[in-house]
Design a protein around this ligand. Structure first.
Ligand SMILES: Nc1ncnc2c1ncn2[C@@H]1O[C@H](COP(=O)(O)OP(=O)(O)OP(=O)(O)O)[C@@H](O)[C@H]1O
Ligand SMILES: O=c1[nH]c(=O)c2[nH+]cn([C@@H]3O[C@H](COP(=O)(O)O)[C@@H](O)[C@H]3O)c2[nH]1
Ligand SMILES: NC(=O)CC[C@H](N)C(=O)O
Ligand SMILES: [Mg+2]
Length: 511
């Protein structure tokens, strides 16, 4: 049978891998290529369909990424998403402008014309928007097929030429009909057969790791979180005893976390395991630092220095394994994507690293895919579904300088918040929840006296892939109870606020 390929052309969007992943879910093999890909290469690859991704630029700017117009004459179905849609309009003679008001988050999409894209799709549904520019006028031969309240060209197409454009993001789960729309593009327009099945990820990875590592020694950075647990079990399956796992206590962990991780690892795995106490060196390096990106880079580098030192003690170690997953990569700004934040394990890595290679077996996967791999590997359920905790830990949940005093306050407040949510009926619906120590002090009155103390912000979100998220609608009563507990039980806190922003426009963490 012919091998079906969907080519995803990358204009630097945040959700590119998510598009690839949706296509994967719909049983079609896909590849992402940079927008500089040549027409010859595209012809050689002979894709069944092409998708243009979103991107941070504006098409009307001189240096923004463009595409060879010949691509529209190849007869290959094209779907442009957001920047990709604007690029289609712009390239073919339409007009793209900056809108007065930005459109971010959920909006109602109304289908106003028949389209192959919208077969069996509800006439009105919720879609996810993230743009400032919009298509003011269409190129010749195109018709509008959907709109939203503030975007009159939410989708448009030239059916004869098989060119489709959507301003919204069908690839994110918040777009209710998104999967159906992508499926319609693949099956109705591009007429794919859908023969590709995600071949056994575990089997292939283990084989690949075994070939790469050979009989060399390897170190795995193990945090006790889902990603690094899955990564270390994969490597352990591949090379067994050649692997040593390292857990760093950098003093930025949550209340009792170090002990809990150590216990869980001892109980659940048979691994060579080392715990390193690196509290002082991390806190010293962070003294006086307030800028979030600087904090992240210091932490990224310090992690590597600790791993290098431990490696020397073991002997010659060629490889370092990290549980990096796709959101860590994309947010750190690879290729044409904007740097949202430098995840310590990607954008925060120092230039010189004393290992031959850093191996990241989960680099292309999303959190929910990693969880599936974890279940397949037989990891315990509570571990697989543990909420994520970022490598830089509480350092990026304390706004401003990180000090012992602030760490202590935040640990206590966070422990109360997590305990209350854990014991509530809300827990299964919330995917990540934690406290943040804002750098704001405000005036309060307690026991008839004046206080001037810190404000704690509570953050709780619902998300599947952590690329987009909605704030959780925790009942007021529960929030009120948590608020009084924290203010009563944690010294130096006199005010609690609840974060009600989605991602985008906010991110899940505050730094
Ligand atoms: N305290 C730590 N000690 C050793 N390695 C760490 C530590 N924290 C993070 N890492 C490394 O950095 C990687 C990225 O951290 P991240 O928090 O994204 O993943 P995780 O901890 O494995 O999973 P989760 O997202 O569920 O917390 C980890 O997979 C691990 O390799
Ligand atoms: O290992 C990590 N190193 C980091 O530097 C980092 N920054 C954010 N996160 C986690 O990633 C998810 C998305 O977070 P944001 O919406 O804040 O970008 C959320 O689950 C965050 O907790 C990190 N994990
Ligand atoms: N998400 C996107 O692709 C954004 C495209 C463009 N920069 C805009 O703001 O409209
Ligand atoms: Mg973690």
């Amino acid at each position: 049978m012919e091998k079906e390929l969907v080519l995803i052309i990358d204009f630097g969007g945040q959700y590119n891998q998510l598009i690839a992943r949706r296509v994967r879910d719909l049983k079609v093999y896909s590849e992402i290529v940079p927008h500089t890909v040549s027409l010859e290469r595209i012809k050689e690859l002979n894709p069944k369909a092409i998708i243009f991704t979103g991107g941070p630029n504006s098409v009307y700017e001189e240096n923004s990424p463009k595409i060879n117009k010949e691509i529209f004459n190849l007869g290959i179905p094209i779907l442009g998403i957001c920047y990709g849609a604007q690029l289609i309009a712009y390239s073919l003679g339409g007009e793209v402008k900056k809108a007065e008001t930005r459109e971010y988050g959920k909006v109602e999409l109304e289908i106003i014309a028949e389209s192959k894209l919208y077969e069996n799709v509800e006439k009105k549904s919720v879609c996810w928007m993230s743009h400032t520019d919009y298509v003011e006028s269409l190129p010749e031969g195109f018709v509008v097929t959907a709109r939203t309240e503030s975007c009159k060209t939410a989708s448009f197409e030239n059916e004869g030429k098989k060119i489709f454009a959507v301003q919204y993001h069908p690839e994110v789960l918040h777009t209710q009909e998104g999967e159906k729309i992508i499926s319609n593009f693949l099956y109705n327009v591009a007429k794919v057969n859908g023969t590709w099945i995600m071949s056994e990820f575990v089997e292939n990875k283990v084989k690949e790791l075994r070939e790469k590592i050979g009989n060399k020694k390897v170190l795995c950075a193990l945090s006790g979180g889902v990603d690094s647990s899955v990564a270390s079990v994969l490597v352990s399956k591949a090379v067994g005893n050649q692997l040593t796992c390292i857990f760093v206590d950098h003093g930025l962990l949550r209340k009792n976390e170090a002990e809990q991780v150590e216990e869980a690892i001892a109980k659940n795995y048979e691994l060579n395991f080392i715990k390193v106490d690196a509290k002082d060196r991390f806190l010293n390096k962070l003294k006086g630092i307030t800028d979030p990106e600087t904090k992240r880079k210091i932490i990224g580098e310090e992690f590597i220095r600790v791993f290098e030192e431990e490696a020397k003690k073991i002997g010659e170690v060629d490889f370092l394994v990290q549980g990096t997953i796709y959101p860590d990569v994309i947010e750190s700004g690879v290729g044409d994507s904007a740097v949202i934040k430098s995840h310590h394990n990607v954008g925060g890595l120092p230039e010189n690293v004393d290992f031959k290679e850093i191996i990241e077996p989960l680099r292309d996967l999303f959190k929910d895919e990693v969880r599936k791999v974890g279940l397949e590997l037989g990891l315990p359920h509570h571990l697989v579904f543990r909420q994520p905790f970022p490598g830089p830990g509480l350092a990026i949940r304390i706004i401003g300088e990180v000090t012992e005093e602030k760490l202590e306050i935040l640990r206590e407040a966070d422990a109360i918040f997590r305990e209350e949510i854990m014991n509530s009926v809300e827990e299964p619906n919330i995917n990540q929840y934690f406290a943040v120590l804002t750098n704001i002090k405000s005036v309060g009155v307690m026991g008839d006296g004046r206080t001037y103390d810190y404000t704690i912000a509570l953050r709780a979100v619902q998300t599947i892939d952590f690329m987009t998220a909605e704030f959780a609608q925790i009942p007021w009563e529960l929030l009120g109870h948590i608020s009084s507990r924290i203010v009563n039980e944690v010294e130096h806190v006199n005010r609690i606020v609840y974060d009600i922003t989605n991602k985008p426009p906010a991110t899940i963490e505050w730094e």
